[in-house]
Design a protein. Structure first.
Length: 196
């Protein structure tokens, strides 16, 4: 059992398995150093190719599935998100390495992507748990993960070393299978506001 690359789609976005052809469209989408402040690859937007090459390499070495995100309203690629750390024995995975162009922040893109990825994980792959982890100082992402309905589980102290030498604490969140119906209803309701 594995999380195989698959295209996920709704009225707002299409999530396409990452391939080399996405490099230049995603380079344009990610051309903002602020998007990379909390990333340990492509720190501060200094080297987009480091991120792209790293993600493509992880697809070869691991069960990760990384998506290029197409915003249907504009027809542009606007970011990326991944399934990571898949453990089939325990039926769990992580959603992470998520970033979006600022022009789609606070719109339908993020809740659409989370609805598609969580739905696929729980309903198609039979997962019991989907995790999220983020830099504990990333207040915007912290609020966004809570807004989608994930539960904060704690902070792993001194969890990572960032490219500038900073020791990062990581905040962990999760959605479990029993919570999924309520989380799904919340995401569907959020997206309904963009249909009007």
């Amino acid at each position: 059992m594995s999380l195989a690359p698959v295209t996920l789609e709704n009225a707002f976005v299409r999530l396409e398995p990452l391939v080399e052809a996405h490099r230049e469209p995603l380079r344009a989408a990610g051309d903002d150093p602020d998007l990379w402040r909390f990333a340990f690859v492509n720190h501060n937007g200094s080297d987009f190719d480091a991120w792209m090459t790293y993600r493509l390499g992880e697809l070869e070495r691991t069960d990760d599935v990384t998506f290029a995100i197409l915003d249907k309203a504009s027809g542009d690629y606007v970011g990326s998100s991944s399934y990571l750390v898949y453990v089939p024995w325990f039926k769990r995975a992580e959603i992470g390495w998520t970033w979006y162009s600022k022009r789609v922040w606070a719109g339908a893109v993020n809740p659409s992507c989370k609805l598609l990825m969580l739905s696929h994980g729980f309903e198609e792959q039979g997962l019991n748990r989907i995790e999220f982890k983020l830099d504990a100082t990333n207040e915007r992402s912290w609020r966004a993960v809570e807004r989608l309905g994930a539960k904060h589980e704690g902070v792993h102290r001194s969890h990572m070393i960032m490219p500038d030498g900073r020791i990062r604490d990581s905040a962990f969140f999760s959605v479990i299978k029993d919570e999924w119906p309520a989380v799904k209803a919340g995401l569907v309701a959020r997206l309904a506001a963009f249909d009007d």
